[in-house]
Design a binder for this molecule. Structure first.
Ligand SMILES: [Cu+2]
Length: 171
């Protein structure tokens, strides 16, 4: 039994290190009873419940900070809608917004809200298609996303409806 718990203990700690960050400033002031609880749990002296209560204490007192995993998932988002009627040359159905302004690192999502196929093809300054951000044909409801890391002005159009030109300005 004691042997089994000694095997389990390092596994528990390795999971904590992956998912949480440890606040080393606070770790200087970890109370002796916390250290002893960990030691005694490893030796099978205290119960699993007491060990879990101790971890709860560490989280509540910001010794273990639950943020690193969530922070990595946070991304800056913006979206551009391809509105219904976008394909009609006489309609006012331009991209919404027509010129999106974002900060670098933003992930832009185009959403096709029109009833016909569209695509997103990036253009150079002369209006030629370049291999930069280029979507496959998007059905109604389909999305395409691209993350802009470099400042600049990026034009794009739809190759099916080449009169539909939009831009993204990255600051
Ligand atoms: Cu189109």
């Amino acid at each position: 039994m004691g042997q089994l718990q000694k095997i389990i203990l390092p596994i528990v700690f390795s999971i904590l290190l992956v998912s949480f960050s440890v606040n080393f400033a606070s770790a200087q002031s970890v109370p002796e009873w916390v250290k002893n609880t960990a030691l005694w749990y490893g030796e099978g002296v205290v119960s699993e419940q007491e060990f879990l209560n101790m971890i709860k204490f560490l989280i509540e007192n910001n010794v273990i900070v639950i943020e690193s995993a969530e922070t990595e998932l946070t991304k800056i988002q913006a979206s551009i809608t391809i509105p219904n009627g976008n394909s009609d040359v006489s309609s006012i159905g331009f991209y919404l917004p027509l010129n999106l302004e974002i900060s670098s690192g933003t992930t832009v999502t185009w959403v096709n809200d029109d009833s016909v196929l569209h695509n997103i093809q990036s253009l150079d300054k002369l209006g030629n298609v370049i291999d930069w951000f280029n979507s496959p044909p998007l059905n109604t409801g389909d999305k395409f996303e691209f993350t802009f890391d470099e400042p600049g002005v990026y034009n794009y159009y739809c190759s099916f409806h080449p009169w539909r030109v939009g831009s993204v300005t990255v600051k």
